[in-house]
Design a protein around this ligand. Sequence first.
Ligand code: NAD
Ligand code: UDP
Length: 351
Amino acid sequence: MKVLVCGGAGYIGSHTCVALIEQGHEVVIYDNLCHGSLSAVDHIRQLSGADVRFVQGDVRDKAALESVLSSGFDAVVHFAALKIMSESCRLPLLYFDNNVAGTIALLQAMQATGVHRLVFSSTAAVYGDPDVVPIKEDAPLRACNPYSHTKLVMERLIQELCEARPSFSAAILRYFNPAGAHPSGLMGEDTGGVPSNLMPYVSQVAAGMQDRLHVFGGDYPTRDGTGVRDYIHVMDLADAHTKALDVLRVGGCHVLNIGTGRGYSVLEVVSAFERISGRRVPYEIVDRRPGDVAEVWADPSHAQETLGWHAQHDLLRMCADAWRWQSMHPHGYQSAQVIELRQAMPSGSCR
Ligand code: NAD
Ligand code: UDP
């Protein structure tokens, strides 16, 4: 298939581009680079060996999208969104405009150009604080911050469109906690400074860039008192997207949990990371972070039945790949650029 990857210069999008190309698809990346990076695009080209086309553009720009899509595409994979929960509480208008208005413009452009297959990035955050774990797709939806609300609105939009236009098919993938990096160490999550997610923060502590991890809450009703999450390797996520595209050949609208089905506590992640990196990860238990819940993990059996997909990488592998990325790119893609620039300079010209 010829696939437009919106948000393909970001963390999950870049890994998915490589996986799509490996499966024989042709990829065009569309990204406004508000968070993504041209270095990620370069590494996609390097890892895949394909001369991938990159278009800098905003998904809210319907005319620009129509112009790109009118050259003939089979499907769109839509990652382009703002994703930081705490920021969404401060800037709800920005989040609804970027995420929801962007998705409306994209769906309109797809309709206008006859592109009828969509894979959409949703999140387990739509379940909020679940009544039971593991979580099935028909669990109550309890988005509890503007970011998760935008995802619920977008899910609903896509579902309504599939109902109204049976030629339109979609896979809505609810990711649990993405982690890890490409095994080459060339691609990973560029957090652009101090990370808010657990695994990149632990990586920076192990690297000595942060003095300790703040463990948010030691009094949850879990096996060791710390929060439990379902960490899923970004390479497994990428694989789920390629399999979702295959399923869309036969139509329908599918909502699928993409997780491993196993939860790990914060302290279990710390211990796995120490084992893999050979470094100490000092931590201090502090107050709970507002909005966090005790335990979240997926029942991924629907994805197994529908896509023939299941996660192949375990927590140790996520830690190993995250650590390799951290060691090779201590400051994200910026450090890669500095190294490349230094290599390109005549000797003696760089201080
Ligand atoms: P990311 O920020 O690394 O990637 C998002 C990409 O979209 C970036 O390259 C950014 O420049 C681009 N983008 C954002 N708004 C855009 C716009 N208006 N027009 C064009 N491009 C735009 O994030 P990620 O972690 O790769 O997440 C990808 C998707 O997965 C997002 O939709 C996110 O909500 C969802 N998701 C992420 C996580 C996670 O923890 N990383 C968890 C669940 C769901
Ligand atoms: N967490 C933590 N310290 C941090 C970041 C996260 O203790 O610096 C905990 C958080 O409370 C949760 C788990 O790690 O229990 C995963 O948090 P993350 O922000 O990575 O993902 P979330 O599940 O909140 O989307």
